[in-house]
Structures are given as C-alpha cells and as structure tokens.
Design a protein around this ligand. Structure first.
Ligand SMILES: [Zn+2]
Length: 89
C-alpha cells in the first residue's frame, strides 16, 4: 500500500505554508475532490477551495457567501476541531 493512496497536486496553504498533497472527506471516505469543492488546511484550519487543476487557494468572500447553512456549520465545526486538536504540529 502506498504512503499516499489518494494523491493530489502539491499545494501550500496560503496562510501557514503547510504543504498538502492528499485529502479526505469528512462525510464520505470514497469521495475525491473536484474543482470548486471546499477544503480546510489540516494544520491551521484555513478555508480553501480546489482550483480546476486541484491545487488549493484561499476561499474568498464570494466562496463563503455561497455556502449553505449546513455546509457552513460543517466547515466551522471542522475548523474548530483542527484548531483545537492541532493534529499537525
Ligand atoms: Zn494552513
């Protein structure tokens, strides 16, 4: 088994510079990221969005306003968990 079974293009978080090349879904383990999907930096919890080439960029105000209530609650919950637990030092 590969060390990274779900590789993505290498992206650096625009807030903390943490480099990511993998992702996992909070709700569906088999889901793979698509362009315009939301993500969170695993280190600092910044809200990110996948570009067409599946690299990550910071979410902007337009992205945040496009979230429905359930998506917003899930992102907030996960962001708080990442920031509280500090999974990645
Ligand atoms: Zn970050």
């Amino acid at each position: 088994m590969s060390a990274n079974p779900h590789p993505l293009p290498l992206s650096a978080c625009p807030t903390c510079s943490y480099e990511m090349d993998a992702a996992s879904s909070a709700t569906d383990p088999s889901y793979r990221p698509r362009p315009e999907d939301y993500s969170l930096c695993g280190k600092c919890g910044e809200v990110l969005v996948y570009a067409a080439d599946l690299t990550l960029r910071a979410a902007d105000l337009k992205d945040m306003l496009a979230l429905d209530d359930e998506q917003g609650r899930l992102l907030t919950h996960l962001q708080r968990t990442i920031r509280r637990e500090r999974f990645i030092k």
